[in-house]
Design a protein around this ligand. Structure first.
Ligand code: GDP
Ligand code: MN
Length: 386
């Protein structure tokens, strides 16, 4: 799960990481009010979307008056913001964050991510913040200092000193800075994050160390331990089809092809998508209905697939292992009748009671094609939709 910058900063502040004073605003008028309330000579209006690269895309505006803040907010709110992370359609800005401006001396980069190679979270730090870290990692990896965080012992003092040295900190700045690094490690660990990033972490002209940006991704599988975080979820930032699917325990990812797929098991779903591509088609989604899918789930999966206007045909590829093929066939038939299927449908069943299942499909009166192999099924649906 992702959260907005202003929410991540709330969590940072609770962990003792200094962040600028800020006020979220939903309207240009509220942004102007926020500017006055902050009372700073300069404030920054920042678009709140679940994507980075806002600075370069016009989603971060420095303002010197309430009028400027109002105007900056009006230029963002209700409009899509296109950054290099959003895709060409961009993301609609529904909220801005108005922050008291900071006097930047240096922009640094600090983040913690899970490093599968070393089986642990790793803190990364670079004296060259603000810019795209991916580019830096590629061109000059030595500019990034990496410290593996021991899962049991946490970030150690000598590691903090090494990071501080790499970032060029000394004296009071080193003291304040290492507190920020330790705080970030605490946030990451205590909230089961998969990513916690500060880019830029700034050193001000006065020597303070402040998180100017904040990005946190949470491990969704651990959210049951952090119910308080659920209120941070912003459904506007998620694909409505994916939100709907999660209600029914369906693993659904929207894609941009034309062939809807209903499959049980993630591995089978992946290979189904591959074979569709191999036959010249393109999948409209990844959908794993799970091992014990029932009629209700098949029905809901159908509805979600068909709510995508790009879908021109549906391929069902189900292996009846735990569930028997005749049960699945009954579910498919009932669902197809219920949703008044209007696009071609190819069904491939394999497994226990497969003969019974196929017979049921063929006698059902529902307009569908059956196939005995995945190869044949993919070929059929690609032909029927092109
Ligand atoms: P991102 O582009 O989505 O990562 O948004 P950031 O929050 O990182 O902001 C982008 C850039 O805007 C930063 O790297 C800063 O250079 C600039 N910026 C943000 N806030 C301030 C501020 O308070 N004062 C100044 N001078 N620049 C700021
Ligand atoms: Mn940033």
């Amino acid at each position: 799960m992702n959260v907005h910058e202003y929410q991540a900063k709330q969590l940072f502040a609770q962990a003792g990481i200094p962040v600028p004073r800020g006020i979220p605003a939903d309207t240009p008028e509220d942004a102007a009010k926020a500017f006055n309330e902050l009372g700073a000579p300069m404030s920054v209006v920042k678009a709140q979307i679940h994507a980075g690269g806002r600075g370069k895309a016009g989603g971060v505006k420095l303002c010197r008056s309430a009028d400027e803040a109002r105007e900056a907010a009006a230029g963002m709110l209700g409009k899509p913001l296109v950054t290099h992370q959003t895709g060409p359609e961009g993301r609609i800005v529904r909220k801005v964050y108005v922050e008291a401006g900071s006097d930047i001396e240096r922009e640094l980069y600090v983040a913690i991510a899970v490093d599968r190679g070393s089986f642990a979270p790793v803190m990364m730090a670079s004296a060259e913040g603000g810019m795209d870290i991916e580019e830096l990692a590629e061109e000059r990896p030595e500019a990034i200092c990496r410290e593996r965080i021991h899962p049991g012992h946490g970030l150690q003092g000598f590691q903090l000193r090494r990071l501080a040295k790499h970032l060029g900190w000394s004296g009071a700045t080193a003291k304040a800075g290492t507190k920020v690094l330790a705080g970030l490690a605490r946030v990451f660990n205590s909230l089961d994050c998969s990513l916690a990033e500060i880019n830029p972490l700034i050193v001000t002209k006065g020597g303070d160390v402040i998180a100017l940006d904040a990005k946190i991704n949470f491990d969704s599988n651990a959210l049951f331990r952090h119910k308080e975080l659920l209120e941070f979820r912003d459904l506007n930032e998620e694909d409505p089809k994916e939100v709907e699917a999660s209600k029914f325990d369906l693993n659904y990812i929207a894609l941009d092809g034309t062939i809807g797929c209903m499959v049980n098991g993630a591995g089978l779903a992946m290979s189904t998508m591959d074979v569709i591509q191999l036959k010249g088609g393109s999948p409209a989604n990844f959908l794993d209905v799970g091992g014990g899918a029932n009629e209700e789930q098949v029905k809901n999966a159908f509805k979600i697939i068909l709510s995508d206007p790009n879908v021109q045909g549906v391929l069902i590829n189900i292996f009846g292992g735990i569930m028997k093929c005749d049960t699945i066939a009954e579910g498919v038939i009932a669902a197809a009748k219920d949703v008044e299927l209007s696009v071609p449908l190819v069904v491939r069943l394999e497994g226990t009671n497969v003969e019974k299942g196929r017979a049921l499909l063929e006698q059902s009166g529902v307009a569908l094609e059956t196939a005995t192999s995945l190869d044949e099924a993919a070929e059929k649906i690609v032909k029927m939709t092109s």
